[in-house]
Design a protein around this ligand. Structure first.
Ligand SMILES: Nc1nc2c(c(=O)[nH]1)N[C@H]1C(S)=C(S)[C@@H](COP(=O)(O)O)O[C@H]1N2
Ligand SMILES: [Mo]
Length: 333
């Protein structure tokens, strides 16, 4: 007998927030037999866009081909697209949550160059088109937990970081992976002006231990909600590490490097006592200035709805616990 037991980490029914357009379209495709384990979801009808005014130059996204996540109609919940693409942290475009969507619409992502380098036998670079064609794209529905205690459920599209790292053939001396965001002050007002950029020393940098980077949950994302990433969400390619606080999920990456030393990370450089290297979601370890025990789930419910939920260890992704066996997670926060 085959029983479908959902993993502890699967997004639960209790997290349901309806995203009508997306789910209805999925239902239609499903009823037509288009969505199966390996079906490719292609050309989406253009949705009523957020930026339809003619006077505003808007960042263009396009439909992607990818393997949809296998979901039953009622078992998945998504934060509405318009919230995911208007409530952002991307300090290169300003420090307010509404700044990235305002200031990133003219961001140029094509041509792009992502180099994969460092302690590797076969370093390589990818151009813009390669980002969408070198690795098969799949949908991953992940809970995202920001260190500021809000969270979302996002239907990402991308590929495992592990696939990219394997292609580079890491040397045995490689122990960490470092990541770097584009440095281009002409395009990014926060890089031009230290105050506008929140005092960060740019480029924004992040890092993972190699085993964290190779974990199958760790995603390089090139899209969300069926389309390429909006600029404000980290186009054309960004990291997504769903068991860590959002600041680890670095956006608009131009360089990935295999190293033998733990790489410096932006928020740790800025305030080491508040933001650690690991940044695993942990309800028992408070931020020095606020509790991490609960979070505000950003859903389709109104702004004033009470959608506060308990935060789970590793953001509920228990399968990563073995990566940290024997470590003191209060010290290694
Ligand atoms: N380059 C860069 N990457 C970044 C950030 C940033 O300011 N610059 N902010 C981080 C933080 S704090 C969060 S919570 C997530 C937000 O991702 P989202 O806007 O797609 O939800 O991006 C992360 N990646
Ligand atoms: Mo964040």
């Amino acid at each position: 007998m085959l029983i479908n037991v959902p993993k502890a980490s699967a997004v639960k029914e209790s997290e349901i927030t309806d995203e009508k357009v997306y789910n209805q379209r999925r239902d239609i495709l499903k009823s037509m037999g288009f969505i199966g384990a390996s079906a490719l979801l292609t050309s989406q009808p253009a949705q009523a866009g957020f930026f339809t005014s003619d006077d505003k130059k808007t960042f263009k996204t396009r439909a992607l081909e990818y393997t949809p996540a296998v979901t039953s109609q009622q078992s998945q919940a998504f934060t509405p697209e318009e919230k995911i693409i208007t409530h952002n942290n991307f300090y290169e475009f300003g420090t307010a949550k509404s700044d990235p969507v305002e200031n990133a619409q003219q961001f140029k992502v094509n041509p792009w160059r992502l180099s994969v380098e460092g302690l590797a036998e076969t370093p390589f670079t990818l151009n813009y088109d390669d980002l969408f064609s070198q690795f098969p794209l799949e949908e991953r529905i992940y809970r995202m937990r920001c260190v500021e205690a809000w969270s979302m459920v996002v239907p990402w599209i991308g590929f495992s970081l592990a696939a990219l790292i394997k292609k580079a053939k890491p040397l045995s001396s490689a122990k960490y992976v470092s990541f770097e965001t584009l440095y281009d002050p002409k395009q990014m007002p926060g890089q031009k002006n230290r105050f506008a950029g929140g005092g960060i020393e740019y480029p924004y940098v992040e890092g993972l231990r190699l085993d964290e980077a190779m974990h199958p949950l760790t995603l390089l994302s090139v899209g969300l909600y069926g389309k390429t990433l909006p600029a404000q969400n980290g186009a054309p390619i960004r990291l997504v590490v769903p068991w860590k606080y959002g600041f680890k999920s670095i956006k608009s990456i131009t360089r990935i490097r295999l190293t033998d030393k733990r790489p410096p990370t932006t928020w740790n450089i800025l305030a080491a006592s508040e933001y650690g290297f690991y940044a695993n979601v942990n309800p028992e370890v408070s931020h020095p200035r606020w509790s991490q025990a609960s979070e505000r789930r950003i859903s389709s419910a109104g702004l004033f709805s009470r959608n506060r939920i308990d935060t789970k260890m590793f953001n509920g992704y228990d399968e990563v616990a073995s990566l940290y066996q024997g470590m003191d997670l209060r010290k290694n926060f």
